[in-house]
Design a protein around this ligand. Sequence first.
Ligand code: ADP
Ligand code: MG
Length: 288
Amino acid sequence: SVPLGYFGGIGAASRNGILFKGGNFLNAITHINAIAFDKTGTLTTGSFEVISVAHEGITQEQLLYFISSVEQKSNHPIAQAIVHYAKKQGIEISNENSIHELSGLGIEAEINEKKILVGNARLMKKYQINLPQEIQNCTSTIVLCAVNEKYVGHLLLSDTLKNDACKAIKNIRKLGISDIRLLSGDKKEIVNNFASQLGIDKAFGDLLPEDKVHYLEQMTTEPNKSVAFVGDGMNDAPVLALSDVGIAMGGLGSDAAIETADVVIQTDQPSKVATAISIGHATKRIIM
Ligand code: ADP
Ligand code: MG
């Protein structure tokens, strides 16, 4: 049976906007000695902004029409930013298409009998689309578009760190947890850039959702590691389930993540991860 003190701990957490799915996780979280963070929507706001548009062989309006018509069917943070931008530009978005979303890559779709691809360089590589040289080494998030297997342009987007993202990492270090890692499906260069702003030295980009699962599998089997994964849930449910303590950011997080997680942070503040650990320790002191 669960010691009574845990109820107090769950109450204290809940007053801080932290939902523990059970008293056992208040105990488990005190044993965590490594934390892996997702990037987009977890440590960054996930509210992207389109910063530039490049088109080739079609007009800018046509490019935005194809991309936004496809993205309006997705609820990825990148998709929402693009649809918002296209609407602001007065683009008539089509609703007549069906899409197939490839997680960690982008989307394939058909519009007016044209085959449309919208996504990252990995998606374009998968379909052997030739890309202009200058695209290879850009350091912002890029969404490329191909129509009938031909590159027709791209958008560059920027994302920013959440206000308390740096504090989140600092407070975790203060609790004596030094193994902090950043995992992301975004490009390596972008992930490294955010990691250095955050003071995280172990950063891994270009990870497909299944790569994240393998990574977490390995990490949890490292000797004497007890691992928490913190994610916003876009494609993160399997990793949340694998970690010793799965923590979902509930502010923007998906239902699947909130369902799978052991701990849900109901505000949009990653610094609450350290708060949750502290409450675990305080509860233990009362019980012991
Ligand atoms: P993260 O691991 O940073 O949370 P995701 O796994 O959600 O990122 O996505 C990884 C990458 O896949 C994105 O950076 C983007 O390049 C691409 N991607 C995923 N979904 C979409 C989409 N709907 N439109 C365009 N690109 C997408
Ligand atoms: Mg994410």
